[in-house]
Structure formats: C-alpha cells, structure tokens
Design a protein around this ligand. Structure first.
Ligand code: GLA
Length: 410
C-alpha cells in the first residue's frame, strides 16, 4: 500500500528538472522538509507546555545553487501566481514585502535572522516544489522557513544546531510574517524521526522520540477551510492565556493545576479566561497521559485522550469549526473502535485538518467513509490521505542526476 502521494523519487526528479528549466544549470543541493501533524498538545507550546508532533510524508522540496551576485532568486510554481519569472530578494536590503509577494517574507525573515547571527549569506537561486498544501494546518510556513535556513547551510557548509535553527525560523515568522506562533512547528519539521512521535518540552526545548505502533497509519483529512493564523484569532488566544497568567500570578499556565483553577484567586479569571486556562491545564495533562498510553500501547486510552482533547479545543479554547467537528465525529463513527483509535483537529485550528489513527488494513475503507460523510454534510469532498511518521528535514546531495540522502539528525 502506498501511503504518501506522490512518491518521493518523482518529487526529487521534479525539483531538479524545474531548476534546470528555470536557471539553465544543475542545482548543487536538494533539500526536503516535511509537514507535521500534532497528535496531542494543542495551543500549549506558547505556554511552556509539552507537545507531541509527528512529521508526515508530504514535503516541501528545494533545489539550490550559488550565485555570484548578492541576490536570492526564488521560483515556486505554487506561489508565483501570474508571475513567470523568479522573485528576487536583494540581500543587502532584506525588506519585508506586502501583497502578492508576502510569502517571500518567510524567506526574507530567515535570511535576516541568519545574517544577525553573523552568517554571511551567499547569493543563490532556489526552486521550490511542494506536496504540502498551504493553509491546511500542516506547517507549510515552518517548512518554508526551515528549507531557507537549510539552503544557506548547504551552500555555506555552516551547520546550525536544530534548536538554534528553529528559534531563528520562529523569529522570522513573528517579525516578518506577523504570526506570533509557538516553537512546535519549527522544531517538529526539523527534528522528527521516521516511525516516531516527537515529545517536545516547550519550556526547556528538550526532546524525546517515542515509537509509534506500526499497525496504525496517520490519516489526515483536510477540511479545505483555509486557516490563516495571521487573521488575529490565534494572537487573541495567546493574549488571553497571557492575561490569565497575570491574573493567576504565574509565569505560564503550565505551572497551574486543576486545584489552582478552583482557588479564590482563579475567580479573577472570569468565564472566558477560565475556559482558556482550563484547556491549557487539561491539555498538558493529556500529553503526559498520551505518552504513557503510547508506551503501554493502550489503544482505549489513546482514543479517549484524543477525543477529550478535541472537545476541549472546541468548547473551552474555541478554535475548532463545524467542518473539523464533523470530520472528528465521522471518524469516531467508523468501527470497530480498535480500527480507529483516535481522531482530533490538529494544528492551530479555525479550519485546517484533522488527524486520525487508523489500522493499516482499514485505511481505504476509512478514507471512503470520511469522504462520504463530509460530502453528505458539506456537499464537497475533503482531501483525505494516509501517511506514516516521516523523517524531519534533510539535505540531499546531488550526484550525477541521482540523489542520495545525507540525513542530519539533531
Ligand atoms: C500553530 C502554531 C504552533 C502551535 C499550534 C497550536 O501551528 O504555529 O506554534 O501554537 O498552532 O498548537
């Protein structure tokens, strides 16, 4: 059974041939960065909580080669729109763009962050090819930031520590794209390992890789409702959590317990902030319980934790939407229960995707079930695909038209 469309080799070939077509020469390096889902631990990274993302087999790929002028020329069929020529970034200026070109801000932000670290950025040409849909809650922005940093590393021989690189990418997103994201996505797309979930403690940025049961595939269902974290609701949630911390007199909600939420001081929160805080406190506990359940392979517990995680995001944190709720409900109607142990929305919410764990033998049936249920309710088909836990970012070398992997692990 093929679990990740389209096959990786075809994508490697495409990113090389597109470079040759666009720039009339062969690339020096090929880079590949996956998307991610998050199994549990949503909207807690910016409160110092723990998260459990997994890299998936949908990728952003880049081919790059040095240039003798202080410019970065980028071509992406997906983002270029009407433009038939590469976009040009002046390395001496590195000014943020507005309007149609604003996707370049992720690249400009990373280049600027690397420059601030004292890394001398060479001119280069880059082609981007992607199977990772933008706005589906699968971390296409973090992939773009990370691939930019990797391009510079591949061309200069610099090698950044995985945490240092993720922090530069996160800053780029804050300062140049206007999204006040946490650190989960940038670390996940870089540091995940095949066959494993990555437990990140977002306070001290320590990481643990936990093996996933081989008999289950990850099935992603994209609602087609574009989530745009720039739109302000994400920032609002961050501000509400920060305000709850002020009222509870703590540094982060990770330090808060259920009994604190029953205390006299917690009365200062009011209903809305109490719900937000309750989500974070309960979600942090769900991550610990999930990791334990995973290690013990307790499928029933996993199911229950994912279900209550979704309900908490829907009712207390209020970041779900009818399309996500319908997909999760449809997933839980698929039976018998051990064939679909758990399902929930994944990522920032307000649209985007759900993730379900599905027994490998039932993936095709599950896909049809989800498509039919969604079509019945919303009159259109969701994008549903099955994948496995994939490897994080890789620099691939080019050797006489064939690529071979030289994986960097943190
Ligand atoms: C987005 C952000 C992450 C994280 C999730 C919610 O993906 O980029 O930092 O906050 O939302 O868990």
């Amino acid at each position: 059974m093929s679990l990740s469309p389209p096959n990786d080799f075809a994508l490697c070939e495409l990113v090389q041939s597109e470079f040759e077509r666009m720039f009339g020469r062969a690339p020096e390096s090929i880079l590949r960065v996956p998307g991610r889902i998050n199994l549990i631990g949503e909207h807690v990274d910016y409160q110092g909580g723990t998260v459990l993302p997994v890299a998936i087999g949908l990728y952003l790929m880049a081919s790059v080669a040095r240039l003798d002028v202080a410019e970065v020329r980028v071509w992406s069929g997906e983002w270029a729109g009407e433009n038939r020529n590469p976009s040009v970034i002046d390395l001496d200026v590195l000014l943020a763009r507005k309007g149609k070109d604003s996707w370049l801000n992720y690249i400009i932000g990373v280049l600027s962050g690397l420059k601030a670290k004292g890394i001398s950025i060479p001119g280069f040409e880059m082609v981007l090819v992607s199977t990772l849909p933008a706005g589906a809650g699968l971390s296409s922005s973090a992939a773009l930031e990370t691939i930019t940093a990797l391009a510079v590393e591949a061309l200069t021989g610099e090698s950044l520590d995985v945490v240092e690189r993720a922090l530069i990418c996160q800053q780029a997103e804050h300062q140049f794209a206007g999204v006040p994201c946490g650190i989960m996505d940038q670390l996940a797309v870089a540091a995940c390992r095949a066959g494993h979930a990555l437990r990140i403690d977002c306070r001290d940025l320590s990481m643990e890789w936990i093996p996933l049961p081989e008999e289950y595939a990850l099935v992603v269902a994209a609602t087609g409702v574009k989530h745009a974290l720039v739109d302000g609701e994400y920032q609002k949630r961050r501000e509400e959590c920060a305000e709850a911390c002020v009222r509870l007199e703590v540094l982060s909600l990770r330090d808060v317990s259920f009994s604190d939420l029953e205390s006299v001081r917690a009365q200062r929160l009011g209903e809305r902030l109490r719900k937000r805080a309750y989500h974070v406190v309960s979600e942090v506990m769900r991550v610990s319980a999930f990791c334990e359940a995973l290690k013990r392979r307790n499928v029933e517990e996993i199911s229950q934790i994912m279900r209550s995680g979704h309900q908490s995001l829907r009712d207390d944190f209020e970041v779900s939407c009818p399309e996500l709720d319908a997909l999760v409900e449809a997933a839980y109607r698929f039976g018998p229960p051990h064939t679909m142990p758990g399902s929930r929305m994944t990522g920032g919410g307000f649209g985007g995707s759900t993730v379900s764990l599905v027994h490998v033998d039932r993936v095709a049936d599950f896909k049809s079930h989800m498509e039919a249920a969604y079509r019945h309710e919303f009159g259109r088909c969701p994008q549903v695909f099955a994948t496995r836990a994939a490897a994080g970012a890789e620099i691939l070398s080019v050797y006489r038209g064939t690529t071979f992997s030289s994986k960097r692990t943190p």
